[in-house]
Design a protein around this ligand. Structure first.
Ligand code: SF4
Ligand code: SF4
Length: 235
């Protein structure tokens, strides 16, 4: 399944192929054994996703298919394919670098926007990564035993990150360019503190750590608008 090509040029392919071949360090040695695909969790749930075929496309010059494909965005970098490959092809790194190349050609931005939501809601908001699952009431129920074990050990039932650590994460995000990147894809919303509603005031986690953008005192919308109400916080 292909996205609409909106900025394609053959010169891009000419430049990209030798670089991509370098990413995978010997793609031409691929045995087409299919071990990578056979153990890939993404391929298990997306029948059209096939790392073996993507390597074949790379070697055979079908680069446009890879760069413009939706499948390029289905890998989640578990590295199982790399671990199992008999000729040590670093497929996850290939995916990572190819995504950058794809974005430079105008592909994949909608997929990145979906990831941005979690970065804003979770990572920048409360410092907890992989928390979409922790916000899911069904997962919370499944993992109730873990919460009980935490409680018995004297820990909070849910993981917690201090406000200071969250502020540091945001500083790192600013310095590394992640914040500006997310703004570029339409992500992070800066909130003008003077326009805070009581509800936002109540939920805002960084009102003690305001930021100035120009003359406006702002903070990110650091409140847990993604948390299901009624019980998820205490589950
Ligand atoms: S496991 Fe390695 S050699 Fe086998 S198909 Fe995948 S990339 Fe090619
Ligand atoms: S790193 Fe990506 S392609 Fe490799 S096994 Fe994991 S999800 Fe599949």
């Amino acid at each position: 399944m292909l996205e609409n090509a909106n900025d394609w040029s053959d010169t891009f392919y000419e430049k990209w192929k030798p670089i991509a071949m370098g990413f995978v360090n010997g793609a031409e040695k691929c045995l087409q054994c299919g071990k990578c695909t056979g153990q890939c969790p993404a391929a298990a749930v997306n029948p059209s996703y096939n790392p073996r075929k993507m390597i074949a496309d790379l070697v055979n010059g079908n680069i446009k298919r890879i760069v413009s494909s939706i499948e390029l965005w289905q890998c989640f970098f578990c590295s199982g394919c790399f671990a199992t490959c008999p000729v040590d092809i670093n497929f996850p790194f290939f995916v990572f670098m190819t995504r950058l190349a794809a974005m430079s050609q105008g592909f994949g931005w909608e997929d990145v926007k979906q990831l941005q939501k979690y970065a804003e809601q979770d990572y920048l908001s409360d410092g907890i990564t992989v928390s979409p699952s922790e916000r899911n009431p069904y997962v919370l129920e499944e993992r109730g035993d873990i919460a009980n074990i935490r409680e018995e050990a004297g820990m909070p039932r849910k993981r917690q990150v201090t406000e200071e650590a969250v502020a540091e994460i945001n500083m790192i995000s600013d310095l590394s360019g992640m914040t500006s990147f997310m703004k570029k894809i339409g992500g992070v919303e800066l909130y003008d503190c003077s326009k805070c509603t009581p509800r936002i005031e109540e939920k805002c986690k960084t009102k003690e750590l305001p930021r100035k953008v120009g003359d406006i005192k702002t903070h990110y919308r650091f409140y847990n608008y993604g948390v299901p109400t009624g019980g998820a916080e205490n589950a």
